[in-house]
Design a protein around this ligand. Structure first.
Ligand code: GTP
Ligand code: MG
Length: 197
């Protein structure tokens, strides 16, 4: 898929103010600092479209970006950021989970996982919650440039094996790097195949 245009549309804290659910949309989610915003910029090839930061907790709103005037990428705040209060975490949980659960135009949840890490409980729990809700999702392993391919493959294999405790099949997965375009065509082709129906 060729990205001709990628435009910031809006940031929201209120679900009632989201754009009308009339175009297919793909939500990017995962632990704080996993690289959601960086991946969105890499996919769209538009630096600075989504705000990135070395400090976790940068993205705090539901951000809609319109692609080729006909589908949305949604950048979400990360989960598991230790340095926020318990009540803020609960607010996040309610807000994001109700968006994911109720958004009619959501085609697929893109769960980002840090390819450098062994399976993390919080990521597995989040995937299990998506499964319980019957929400379609795939996994995207980020930051693959940061270690050897062998290490990446080992971590992915462990994560997929852990998912098999609750799923009959592990979901589709992609390996990406925001530094070198790894996985860009694959992720965009995946989205294109859903958009084409
Ligand atoms: P929150 O919005 O805080 O939840 O974070 P996020 O998941 O949007 O992460 P963000 O894209 O802001 O990236 C976090 C940090 O990781 C930044 O310093 C990025 O430069 C770095 N980063 C993200 N993706 C990659 C990658 O593929 N490779 C490398 N080497 N660094 C990356
Ligand atoms: Mg972000």
């Amino acid at each position: 898929m060729v990205i001709k245009t990628a435009d910031f549309i809006c940031s929201n804290t209120q679900i009632s103010k989201l754009p009308p659910p009339l175009k297919p949309e793909y939500a990017f989610i995962g632990r704080s600092n996993v690289g959601k915003s960086s991946l969105i910029n890499m996919l769209t090839q538009k630096k600075g479209l989504a705000k990135t930061s070395q400090t976790p907790g940068k993205t705090q709103l539901i951000n809609h970006f319109l692609i080729n005037e006909n589908w949305y990428i949604v950048d979400l705040p990360g989960y598991g950021y230790a340095r926020i209060s318990k009540s803020k975490k609960e607010d996040w949980n309610k807000f994001i989970r109700s968006y994911l659960d109720k958004r009619e135009s959501l085609q697929c949840v893109m769960v980002l996982i840090d390819s450098r890490l062994e399976p993390q409980k919080i990521d597995l729990e989040f995937c299990n919650w998506l499964g319980e809700k019957g929400l379609p999702f795939i996994t995207i392993f980020t930051k693959a440039d940061k270690q050897s391919n062998i290490k990446t493959d080992q971590n992915i294999a462990k994560f997929r094996k852990a998912l098999l405790a609750s799923f009959e099949e592990a979901p589709q997965f992609f390996i990406t790097s925001a530094e070198n375009l790894l996985g860009r065509d694959e992720v965009l082709n995946f989205i294109d195949s859903i958009n084409q129906g």
